[in-house]
Each structure stands twice: as C-alpha cells, then as structure tokens.
Design a protein around this ligand. Structure first.
Ligand SMILES: Cc1cc2nc3c(=O)[nH]c(=O)nc-3n(C[C@H](O)[C@H](O)[C@H](O)COP(=O)(O)OP(=O)(O)OC[C@H]3O[C@@H](n4cnc5c(N)ncnc54)[C@H](O)[C@@H]3O)c2cc1C
Length: 625
C-alpha cells in the first residue's frame, strides 16, 4: 500500500445539551445541529494523521441527513481540514435524506456501507463517532464494520501508523491497564475519547470557512446506491422526558459541624436513606462448589435464550446475574432454555459464579484470545458456534457488550435493542426502554423484524433473581480463532481497591473540587466506614488523581447505588449520565448553582473541607463504630 485511505463517518446531531423537541412522539430533534463530539474526535484524528504522514493519505468524509444540516456540518469539517494547506487529499460526500430521523442505526449503517462501496478510494481505516447518527449507543460503527467484513475497535486512546502503512499500533484501556495492539488494516475504529494526548479539536479560521464554501463536495444520488437491503429493524413507540423525583433538600448557612449534623439527621432519620444500606458491602455471589464440566462436541442453541457472560477472568460479575434475570423472564414466557456462555482463558474458577441465577446450561469456551478479550476474537468463536441463530441473545450493556450486541445482530440479520432499562415481550417481540440524549429522555422501542432478537441490558437497572435449580455445565472447543490483531504489550496501571463500582451499594465520588489526589483519603475514610467504593469524575481521572477505572459517566462506568455522594463534582451531563440511576444522591458543593444540586436528594452547600470530617464522625456515631 503506498497510500492510506481514511474515511470519517460524520453526522449532524441535535445538540443534546440544548433544547430538544419530541416530534410526533417518536423522534427527538433540536433546533441546533452540531458535529457530534465523538465524530469531531474522529475527524480531528484523521486530519492529524494526514499532517503526520504527508502525501500518503487521502481522507473521505461521508454524511447522511437533511441537506441544510449536512451542508453546514461538512463546511465546518472542511474548514477544520483546510484542504489547501493539508498535505493529504480530501473528498467530501453528502447524501441528502429528509426522513433520516425515521431510520434506525442499522438502516443508516446500510446506507453508509453503500456509500463506502461506491468510493473511488477503498477505505483502509474508518473512524465512526461512537454514538453518532442514531443516539443508538454505538450501532452504526460495529454494523458498518460487520457488513464490510472489517474488525471493529472502540475506546482507542492512541493510534499510530506503522511503517509500511498496512497496520496501526493502537492503545486501549482495559480496566486500569493499557493494552497495546498491532492492528492490520483495514479496520473500523469507534471514537469516544480524544486521541494521542489531544483534548480539543482545532479551531476553524475565517480563511478556512471561506475555503470550505468554495470546496466542491460530491452530492451522492440515492438512486445510484444499492440500499435495497438496508431497512430499520426497530421502531420507536414513544419518547418522554425523564422526570426528576429527587427530594432536592438544601442545607446551608451553618458552621461545618452543625451543617454536617443536620445532614446526617436528614440522611438517617428523615429520609431513612442510610439505615437501609448501612450494612454496605458489595455483592456476594460466588460459591466455591466444584463443577463437573461435560465435554460437548456440538450443541444446538437455535431455540435458546443465550446470554454472553461478563466476568473479569476470575469472577462472574453481578452484571451477568442481572442480565440473566431478563433472559430468564424471556425464557419463562416463551418456554425456552437459557444458555449462559462464558468465554475465558480458563473457565474453571468461573463455573460456580455462573450458577443460581437462572441459567439452564453454562457453556464454557476457553482460549488465550479471551484473556484480553477483543470483539474480533469473540465474534470468530460465536460465528462458528451458532450454526443457526439463537432465538434471543442477551449481553451486558457495557462498551464491549454493546459492540458485541450490534456486531452479532448484524451477523444474524435480526433486531437489536441497545442499553435497555426495562424489557417486555409482547407477541414474541421485545420492547425495551432506553435512556437517551444525555439522560434527558426515555424511549420505548420495539423490534420489528423476525429472526434472532438481540438485547444489551443496562445491568444496574435490574436486580439479580436467585434460582435454586443448578445448571448443566458443558465445555466446548471455541473453534478456529485467528483474530486479525495481536497484543503487543499490556502496561499495568495502578489498581483500584475495594468493591467494583457497579456492585457497590454506596459510592463516595470526588471531583476536581477535591483539589488534589491526596485529598481522596477523606473520601476513602467515608467509603470504608460505609463499606462502599470510591468513584470519580473524568476531570479527576484525566488528572491522574485516581485510577482510570474509577471514572463514572458517559465514558466511564454506569452506576446505580443506594447512595451516591458527589463531592466537589459540578454535575456535567456526561457525569450525570453515569449516576442518575442512583437511589439517593448527596451533593457537597459550595456553588449553589452547580447542576449537581438539581439532581440531588440532599445538597450540602459548603466546601468539603468544612463538612467531610464532622460528617464522617457523625456517621460513625450513628453506626456505633
Ligand atoms: C465526550 C465527553 C465524554 C465525557 N465523559 C465523562 C464521563 O464519563 N464522566 C465525567 O465525569 N465527565 C465526563 N466528561 C467531562 C465532563 O464534561 C466534565 O468536564 C467533568 O465531569 C467535570 O468534572 P468535575 O465535576 O469534577 O469538575 P468541574 O466541572 O471543574 O467541577 C468542580 C466542582 O467542584 C466544586 N468545588 C470547588 N471547590 C470545592 C470545595 N472546596 N468543596 C466542594 N466542592 C468544590 C465547584 O463548585 C465545581 O462545581 C466528558 C466530556 C466529554 C466531552
């Protein structure tokens, strides 16, 4: 390859932080259309790539949507790119579609694939903003990748072209470690985070804007594309604003100790929030019972409800049990059996934790490729295993589980509900509720197509349901797994201590207002006392004050503890997205106008320096410690 062809999928998105309208009860839009943050990250990376690899790079920008919105968006993209100054070449392709809001992520992905197939320069590297196009939590990128037969990677932090330009070296976060991979091209990357140490996109100059207006874009004729096979697989039944049911009590004006005393009184005696959870602790689920695995050459999963287990290599996570509660519900309605798949380096220690939550069968699949799991390795295995699609496939809606759900739904040709917080089955079709647009709206969506129904469940929305029946255990060969990419190195990071965030009943979270890493010891004191876990905002993890896997929010962990303490956190929408499911929220922040207070049950309007110590002492008294 002498030249690298890069493609950016860029969509105009309604500004979810601004006013939004519900159209016909089924579509969300807003007066201001912007370049989605994630799409902007992909574009900035593409431009920088070209600058770093002069004359070896051609970039294509592809957009679908309403004419005016696509035109404005693409002019901004061209202004950023500045073709006259850029050492690479640029093609900008627009497909105008007025009914874009009626299409789901699969249909948009099919249209984009048709556009890609018509490109003169076949892409080697595609960047797709992770939640672009459909607010669908990452349907488009994996679906485009799957249709093109390219591997898909999301969550990349650093990316560099290797010599010979046939592969890239990419770094990903895995828990708190870093995984460096060599990835042969072609490949698709779903962008979520600024890459290569950047923290913003370049500004557009007036000269750039003038240049953009003159730049000749290609207007694609829909009739020239082969899009007959791309249809929506879900329909939005309704959209409604999320209503806040917070108590919104505000305490202020007293000296620290007096304020702390009042706050503990509200928490414990008036709202009775602490009494219920004071035992704290995490989620105890594993048993040490020995498992008898039966070797099976082949098993039929075609009528099953299959769950892809979530685990850390040694322990099956609570999220798997939460997902199983929904799989069991579907199985009980339809009379099907639940098969739980555990893909791991070694399944022995995971068997016991897989029991007791509704699985009829546990299928263990062992391979070294599952030790540091990639979508590619999982898909290689699952593609071979499912000689016929299962009736339902359930994954946990973390980043990996959502990508996998989208990837497998595309493979099976079935429908997908992503990141559901409620799930029903009517007339043998799944309907799910989803929280969208920066946690401001809830949608109800139904699968409309026949075939395998795939669903990723937001685990924190569901309680595990214990069952006495023991599952049958089978070990199967994972098939021929030859993922494209190879792991070059794993860089161990500082490990967080204590209970995993998504299993903690109490979370004490700190933000930039904590002022320094060493001040997190105060949060640990309170958290240890309550048997909880410490979390953080992204401002804090970006500053390396705490381990990265403590980040809560849109690009971190989604949590729903009994009590969430937000201390020195402003309440940016990306943070709120990850913690609004908490049952009770306590905010400590001296800025009475900080958005976090709108989402708190109990707000203490003061500095943590005045409150935390007396507050912790009061709690000690209440707990008799
Ligand atoms: C694409 C994208 C994804 C993102 N994903 C996430 C995510 O997953 N999670 C996340 O958290 N953010 C995320 N962010 C960042 C987010 O927009 C905010 O920048 C971030 O949440 C701010 O963190 P903060 O509240 O700690 O800091 P700030 O916004 O700086 O707020 C600090 C707060 O501390 C208060 N304070 C100051 N002194 C004290 C004191 N002595 N005592 C008590 N309070 C005090 C201040 O009043 C202020 O309200 C994302 C951003 C983007 C663009």
């Amino acid at each position: 390859m002498s030249k690298l062809n890069l493609t950016c999928l860029l969509s105009p998105m309604a500004d979810t932080e601004g006013p939004m309208d519900i159209v016909n009860g089924k579509a969300l839009t807003g007066p201001k259309k912007i370049m989605g943050k994630y799409g902007e990250i992909g574009l900035e990376t593409a431009i920088t790539f070209g600058e770093q690899n002069p004359n070896t790079l051609h970039t294509d920008i592809l957009s679908v949507g309403r004419q005016k919105e696509v035109t404005t968006l693409q002019q901004s993209a061209i202004a950023m790119f500045q073709p006259a100054k850029h050492p690479g070449t640029l093609g900008v392709h627009a497909l105008y579609m007025d009914d874009i809001d009626d299409k789901d992520g699969f249909e948009v992905a099919g249209i984009l694939v048709a556009m890609i197939n018509k490109l003169e320069n076949k892409p080697d590297l595609i960047f797709s903003g992770r939640e672009s196009f459909d607010y669908g939590h990452g349907v488009v990128g994996p679906s485009v990748a799957r249709q093109l037969g390219y591997p898909y990677y999301s969550g990349v932090k650093d990316i560099a072209l290797k010599e010979g330009i046939t592969s890239v070296t990419a770094t990903f976060e895995e828990g708190n470690d870093k995984m460096v991979m060599d990835i042969p091209l072609p490949a698709v990357f779903g962008t979520t985070d600024w890459l290569n140490g950047k923290d913003s996109a370049r500004f557009t100059s007036l000269k750039g804007v003038m240049m953009a207006k003159k730049f000749k874009r290609t207007i694609v004729d829909a009739g020239s594309l082969d899009i007959a096979g791309s249809a929506s697989k879900t329909v939005i039944q309704s959209i409604a604003p999320v209503m806040s049911e917070r108590k919104n009590r505000k305490l202020e004006g007293d000296e620290g100790p007096a304020l702390a005393k009042k706050a503990v009184d509200v928490l414990v005696n008036q709202d009775k929030a602490l009494a219920a959870s004071a035992a704290g602790g995490g989620y105890g689920s594993t048993s040490e019972a020995a498992i008898n695995w039966t070797d099976a050459a082949s098993l039929d999963f075609s009528g099953d409800v299959v769950v892809i287990g979530d685990h850390d290599g040694t322990v099956v996570r609570k999220s798997t049990h939460q997902a199983l509660s929904q799989a069991r519900k579907i199985a009980d309605i339809t009379g099907k059996q639940v098969s739980l798949f555990i893909l791991a380096g070694n399944v022995e220690s995971l068997g016991a934790g897989a029991a007791g939550f509704g699985a009829d069968r546990v299928i263990g699949l062992e391979s070294n490729h599952f030790v540091h799991p990639t979508l590619d390795a999982y898909a290689h295995c699952l593609d071979q295993l499912f000689t016929a699609p299962p009736a339902f496939l359930v994954t946990v809606a973390n980043d990996f589980g959502r990508d996998l759900a989208s990837y497998m739904a595309t493979f099976f040709g079935g429908g997908l509900l992503q990141d559901v917080v409620a799930l029903d089955l009517t007339d043998n079709k799944l309907t799910g509720s989803r929280i969208v647009s920066n946690a401001r709206y809830t949608t109800r969506e139904t699968i409309t197509v026949d075939g395998c129904q795939v669903v990723s469940v937001r685990a924190t929305a569901f309680d595990p349901v214990a069952r006495e029946e023991a599952p049958a255990y089978f070990k199967m060969a994972p098939g021929d797994i030859s993922p494209n990419a190879s792991i070059r190195e794993i860089v161990s990071g500082e490990q967080s201590r204590g209970i995993p965030l998504n299993e903690a009943k109490i979370i004490v979270s700190g933000g930039r207002g904590m002022k320094a890493a060493e001040n997190f010891k105060h949060l640990h004191s309170l958290s240890d006392l309550l048997g909880g876990a410490v979390g953080a905002s992204r401002a804090v993890t970006d500053l390396d004050w705490v381990a990265h896997n403590l980040q809560i929010g849109q690009t971190g962990t989604t949590v729903a503890p009994d009590i969430y303490f937000a201390i020195g956190i402003s309440g940016a929408i990306q943070h709120l997205t990850g913690m609004l499911g908490s049952k009770y929220v306590v905010a400590i922040n001296p800025d009475a106008d900080a958005p976090i207070h709108t989402h708190a049950d109990l707000s203490i309007i003061d500095k943590w320096e005045n409150i935390l110590e007396p507050f912790t002492e009061e709690i000690k008294g209440v707990l008799g410690k």
